[in-house]
Design a protein around this ligand. Structure first.
Ligand SMILES: C[S@@+](CC[C@H](N)C(=O)[O-])C[C@H]1O[C@@H](n2cnc3c(N)ncnc32)[C@H](O)[C@@H]1O
Length: 352
C-alpha cells in the first residue's frame, strides 16, 4: 500500500517582519482510503517553491527536513522565518521524500523498489503577503513515457471520488497489460482512431494518462456530478497526444437515463479503476459494462482492482454471468510499509 502526503491544514504564510515570512501547514501520511497512517519512520523534505518560476532550476527557495515517526497521525510543518526577494509574490509548498521526486509511471512501475512508499504532494500557490491559506487542493506529479508530465489535482478533504486511488497509479503506467497496450498502439499507429470511456474516473488520472500517451484517442471520462470541479482543473492541465481528446460526462451507473450520456459506439476500450470496493454497486456497474459492450462487441474492458473485502469477489461472478471472459490478467507490485510489497490486479475482459 503506498501512502500519500495529505494536507490537514493547507499552507499559509505569516509575516514576521517586513520581508520575513514563516510558513505553516499540518500534514498527514495516509493510505488512499485515509483509513491508516504510515506506521514507519521516514524523513520528509519540505520545499518552498517560487510559484512564479516554478519550472526553473532555482525555483526552490528553502528546503527543510522533517521526521515522520511511526505512530503519528499528523505532523506540523513550520518553515522560517524566511527572507524572500520582493519579486516573490506567491509560493508553493511541496512535501515528499527524496527531494519530492515525481514517480515515473513508465519505468518505475516495472520495478516496485523504485516507486516511493510515500507519494509527494504540491500545494496550490498561496500569497506571501496575505495570511490566507492555500486552496484545499494537492497536486500529484508523475512522468509518463517520452518524458510526458502528468499533473493531477486532488482535493484535501475526505472524499472517495476526489482522490487518486492506489490502483490508478498502477493502471496509468505503461508496463501494465503490455498485450492490450500494444494492441491499442498498433491500432493507433495504423492511423485508426481509438474510442475509450472510463467509468468512475474520479480525478481522471487513468484516462488523462491514456489521452496524453496515445495519439488519435478519444476518451470520455465519466463519474458522478461531484467530481465536476476537480475534473475541470485536471482537464485544463491535460496535454493530449496528437489527435487525441479527453472530455468529461456525468454517468451514474444507478441511473438508467444516464445511458444518454454514453459516447457513441463503437468503443474500443472501457476503463474501470478501483471501482469494485463497494459490493452493493457492482450489479449496476456490470449492467453498464454489459450495455456498453452490447453496443460495441469488440470492446475490451480493462479493470484494475485491489480486493479489500471478500464481498468484492462477487464482481467476477457477475461478469461471468454477463458473458465476460478474461483475455489477459496481471498482478502489479507496489511498495508497502516495512519493505514489504503490495499488489494490484488488472484484468482485460471481453464478451464471449
Ligand atoms: C475509489 S474511486 C476510484 C477513482 C479513480 N478511478 C481512481 O482509481 O483513482 C471510485 C469512483 O467510482 C465512482 N462511483 C461510485 N459509484 C458510482 C456510480 N453509481 N456511478 C458512477 N460513478 C460511481 C466514485 O464517484 C469514485 O470516483
Amino acid at each position: 500500500m503506498v501512502y500519500y502526503i495529505r494536507f490537514l491544514k493547507t499552507p499559509r504564510t505569516q509575516a514576521v517582519k517586513p520581508g520575513l515570512v514563516s510558513v505553516s501547514a499540518l500534514i498527514s501520511v495516509t493510505t488512499d482510503l485515509g483509513d491508516a497512517f504510515l506506521a514507519e519512520d521516514v524523513v520528509l523534505q519540505a520545499q518552498l517553491i517560487d510559484a512564479g518560476t516554478m519550472e526553473s532550476a532555482n525555483s526552490v527557495l528553502q528546503e527543510f527536513s522533517y521526521k515522520w515517526e511511526a505512530g503519528r497521525r499528523e505532523l506540523a510543518i513550520s518553515i522560517g522565518p524566511v527572507r524572500l526577494a520582493s519579486k516573490v509574490s506567491r509560493v508553493i509548498l511541496a512535501i515528499g521524500t527524496k527531494s519530492t521526486s515525481t514517480v515515473n509511471l513508465d519505468t518505475d512501475l516495472c520495478d516496485p523498489t523504485r516507486v516511493p512508499l510515500v507519494i509527494s504532494g504540491w500545494s496550490a500557490p498561496f500569497g506571501v503577503s496575505q495570511n490566507t491559506p492555500a486552496e484545499k487542493l494537492i497536486e500529484r506529479r508523475f512522468m509518463l513515457q517520452n518524458k510526458i508530465q502528468l499533473r493531477i489535482w486532488e482535493e484535501t478533504g475526505n472524499n472517495i471520488a476526489r482522490h487518486i486511488w492506489q490502483n490508478a497509479i498502477g493502471s496509468s503506467g505503461n508496463c501494465s497489460m503490455r498485450q492490450l497496450r500494444s494492441h491499442l498502439e498498433r491500432k493507433s499507429n495504423s492511423n485508426q482512431s481509438i474510442q475509450a470511456i472510463e467509468l468512475g474516473s474520479g480525478c481522471g488520472i487513468v484516462g488523462i494518462a491514456l489521452a496524453q500517451m496515445l495519439p488519435r484517442c478519444s476518451i470520455t471520462l465519466t463519474d458522478l456530478p461531484e467530481v465536476q470541479d476537480i475534473m475541470a482543473c485536471n482537464l485544463q492541465l491535460t496535454r493530449s497526444a496528437a489527435g487525441s481528446t479527453c472530455d468529461f460526462k456525468q454517468l451514474d451507473w444507478e441511473d438508467e437515463r444516464d445511458g444518454d450520456n454514453m459516447p457513441r459506439p463503437p468503443m474500443d476500450l472501457i476503463l474501470v479503476s478501483d471501482c469494485t470496493y463497494n459490493a452493493d454497486s457492482l450489479p449496476s456497474l456490470v449492467r453498464v459494462l454489459t450495455r456498453l459492450v452490447q453496443a460495441s462487441p469488440q470492446a475490451v474492458v480493462l479493470v484494475s482492482l485491489k480486493q479489500r473485502h471478500e464481498s468484492e469477489a462477487v464482481f467476477f461472478e457477475l461478469m461471468r454471468r454477463a458473458g465476460f471472459t478474461i483475455m489477459e490478467e496481471s498482478a502489479h507490485a507496489l511498495p508497502a510499509a516495512y519493505s514489504e510489497q503490495d499488489s494490484i490486479e488488472m484484468y482485460a475482459f471481453v464478451r464471449a
